[in-house]
Design a protein around this ligand. Structure first.
Ligand code: HEM
Ligand code: HEM
Length: 217
């Protein structure tokens, strides 16, 4: 079996199995956690409203923190939106998703996908430079932060190399691209990339707790 068939076949299948089972395992572990009873008198019973409010208000920092967080947060928005365009807008990717799920939609022109890919890589590199050069952020960063960064940037970089035919034969570049996607899928449930599923659950939980305590958010 050549590298491309291995990447497209068993590697991708196993990565998808690990991704699905790992994500379900993590979600079940978190959602089925027993909560300690809270005997304090609730200040408010509108906990759903508190949850929804925080989900919305945390899409941007509070005014007091804006000056120091705006740059990092903008980088976050650029690379997340870039990832959405690249993963769901590129015609070969849509064909792949169609073969897996039966779903399909119209694709974007390839040039838009390539520009988004390049912007995504640039924003991710800037986020890494910021992490390494910011004394506090650097102190707080661990293996998960750096490895999650690496497995996020590699599929975009190898995808761009493949379409540019840069560095090796097209089949080899494509195989490396698909293997890098496998690594991303297999790692996603076990580190901070699990925020894909957890980000709104954790914001909502915090918002509901704040509402119960009567904290202003
Ligand atoms: C439902 C979809 C997603 C949401 C709502 C989301 C939201 C977020 C938020 C709020 C942050 C913190 C940003 C900050 O520090 O300013 C973050 C960071 C990050 N996200 Fe996502 N994300 C999503 C999907 C993804 C996916 C699919 C990937 C990669 C495959 C990803 C990769 C990352 C990375 C690498 C970081 C850390 C960046 C750094 O080093 O500072 N995210 N995400
Ligand atoms: C600008 C960035 C990217 C470019 C230019 C690109 C390009 C490509 C190309 C040309 C293929 C081959 C399609 C084929 O011949 O069958 C491919 C396949 C694939 N790409 Fe990307 N890609 C990029 C980013 C990504 C990202 C970020 C992901 C996921 C995180 C991804 C996931 C996949 C998958 C799963 C396949 C496998 C399709 C199959 O087995 O046929 N790609 N990509």
């Amino acid at each position: 079996m050549d590298l491309l068939s291995f990447a497209r076949g068993p590697a991708l299948q196993w990565a998808l199995v690990i991704f699905v089972l790992g994500s379900l395992w993590r979600l079940a572990g978190i959602l089925l956690l027993r909560r300690k009873p809270d005997y304090a008198e609730p200040r408010s019973r509108a906990t759903w409203r508190g949850a929804l409010k925080l989900v919305v208000t945390r899409t941007w920092s509070r005014r007091e923190f804006r000056a120091s967080t705006a740059f990092g947060q903008s980088l976050g928005y650029v690379f997340h939106m870039g990832l959405v365009v690249v993963v769901f807008g590129f015609v070969p990717h849509i064909l792949f998703i169609h073969s897996l799920t039966g779903l399909q939609w119209p694709g974007l022109p390839s040039s838009i996908v390539y520009v988004s890919g390049a912007l995504t890589v640039a924003a991710l590199v800037a986020a890494l430079v910021r992490r390494l050069s910011h004394p506090v952020l650097r102190l707080l960063s661990n293996f998960d932060d750096y490895f999650s960064w690496l497995v996020t940037v590699t599929p975009v970089a190898t995808g761009l190399l493949a379409v540019a035919h840069l560095g090796a034969r097209y089949e080899t570049l494509l195989a490396v691209h698909i293997l890098s996607v496998c690594l991303l899928l297999a790692w996603l449930p076990f580190g901070k990339l699990m925020h894909v599923f957890l980000v709104f659950i954790s914001r909502g939980t915090t918002g509901a707790l704040f509402a119960r305590k009567g904290a202003s958010t």
